[in-house]
Design a protein around this ligand. Structure first.
Ligand code: SAH
Ligand code: SF4
Ligand code: F3S
Length: 444
């Protein structure tokens, strides 16, 4: 029997949060709720939130004000907050704003049907308890906003690295790995329904570990199992922590052509002084050693990173060391951020956020400008090369063009052919910007 209630879900934050929204959708579909893209006709609005930086929370707060205006026009509209802001803001948001009917943390999604029932009886509902073992392994996610070609699979939850700037250990709780067989099964199902690319997700996938009767499955073992589902299924993963990306893992990636040759290895800073304060547990030299291992075992592999500008006590020398390490690696791409102090982190408790805002801005700009130069140089080197591209869909710029990615996770745009999304085509690169490769289908 159909429950007439329609849910609209908006997601902010990282890929793991998008993957979680698909789990939420699955749980609620099972309970006869419908979903809608049109917020105006929704009976229930869920916002799946991110706490990673202050501006991420700001965006959500602004959005909540908009939902409030919708409820004025539609009394009875249910508004629920999910995800990483749930625990930290539960009292403030419910009491001060009188806006939220429901709050559910990242490990509480199985309880959403009961929480919604509670709201239905006129009560507010909160569940922000973090779990030691919840991985939603048995839930087949409903693919939201899907292109039908690429999908995310969460393989772990939580994080226990306690990088001093980072809120994730407090919002998502203890690290736990998901049953390997369920990950392989989900990959197989996706392949059979036409998907050709999966990204395995975790805050630190290198510490994946699952006990079976036949022994321990580590991340390298898991990748090998997923790779053998079908050679036409591309596998990516994020994120690797530099402190434990092993040679065994790199050798496994080398062994299977469908394990993509692209590694996201967040460095955060090029200065040992900063890395120590950040509690990253590796030095600049350790990081360089891992880059050399990648270059040796996986020649041509793309390397991308995350960088934080203006962390506590960062000096001009520290900043210059970040720039010099960026040049030394020659990253294909980077996500770059200004340090934003977060409550309930080691840095908030023990360090002072003492780099002035204008200095943070200037350093971030220098980092972004340098990355722009490095990305352009990397893309220009691809001109004249031919890559196997997995077509993802029509290009945003033109209906007559497709876009897709190569193994290095670089986006290529090229004229449409008879091939369709989900097909592999050979594309020769003829031009490049810092963000995109331009190409033509290679003659057979
Ligand atoms: N688990 C991943 C990163 C998850 S968060 C890893 O360890 O690499 C994604 C990125 O957000 C981080 O790599 C970091 O660069 C950035 N970030 C995290 N906390 C931040 C903060 N307080 N201020 C600014 N950037 C931050
Ligand atoms: Fe945050 Fe560090 Fe965990 Fe990444 S590894 S989620 S940066 S604590
Ligand atoms: Fe944000 Fe939570 Fe992801 S804080 S980055 S949504 S794990």
């Amino acid at each position: 029997m159909k429950n007439a209630k329609k849910i609209h879900i908006e997601t902010y934050g990282c890929q793991m949060n998008f993957s979680d929204s698909e789990i939420v959708a699955s749980i609620l579909k099972e309970n006869n709720y419908d979903f809608t893209d049109d917020i105006k006709i929704a009976d229930i609005i869920f916002v799946n939130t991110c706490s990673i930086r202050e501006n991420a929370e700001e965006r959500v707060r602004k959005r909540l004000q908009y939902f409030k205006s919708l409820r004025k026009k539609k009394p009875g509209l249910v508004i629920g907050l999910l995800g990483c802001m749930a625990d930290r803001t539960k009292t403030a948001l419910m009491d001060e704003e009188q806006l939220l009917d429901l709050i559910a943390g990242p490990d509480a999604y199985r309880h959403l049907p009961q929480l919604l029932e509670q709201v239905g009886t006129g009560h507010r509902a909160i569940d922000t308890i973090l779990s030691l073992d919840e991985t939603y392994a048995d839930i087949t996610p409903v693919r939201l906003d899907s292109n039908g070609v690429s999908a995310f699979i969460s393989i772990m939850r939580g994080c226990e690295n306690y990088c001093s700037y980072c809120v994730v250990p407090s919002t998502r709780g203890q690290e736990r790995s998901r049953d390997a067989a369920s990950i392989v099964g989900e990959t197989r199902n996706l392949f059979e329904t036409g998907y050709r690319e999966v990204t395995l997700l975790g805050q630190n996938v290198n510490s994946y570990s699952w006990n079976t009767a036949n022994g321990l499955v580590n991340f390298a073992n898991l990748l090998a199992q997923v790779a053998t589902v079908n050679p036409l299924m591309r596998i990516r993963f994020a994120t690797s922590h530099p402190k434990d990306i092993s040679d065994e893992l790199l050798q496994t990636i080398a062994r299977y052509p469908n394990l993509c040759k692209a590694i996201h290895l967040p460095v955060q800073s090029g200065s040992n002084h900063m890395l120590d304060k950040m509690n990253r547990k590796y030095t600049r030299e350790d990081y360089q050693n891992r880059i050399q291992a990648i270059r040796q075992i996986l020649p041509g592999c793309a390397i991308t990173t995350d960088i934080i500008a203006g962390f506590c006590d960062e000096t001009e020398e520290d900043h210059v060391e970040t720039l010099s390490l960026m040049r030394w690696v020659g990253y294909e791409a980077a996500y770059m951020f200004k340090y934003s102090e977060r409550p309930q982190t080691l840095a908030a408790d023990t360090l002072i956020d003492n780099v002035p805002e204008d200095v943070k801005d200037r350093r971030l700009k220098e980092i972004i400008d340098l990355q722009q130069e490095l990305s352009l140089a990397s893309n220009r080197k691809d001109i004249g090369k031919t890559f196997e591209i997995l077509i993802e869909g029509k290009s945003k710029r033109s209906d007559n063009q497709y876009f897709g990615r190569n193994t290095h996770n670089k986006v290529a745009v090229f004229s449409k052919t008879l091939a369709v999304p989900g097909d592999y085509v050979s594309v020769t690169i003829t031009g490049a910007t810092s963000a995109t490769l331009l190409g033509e289908i290679a003659p057979n």
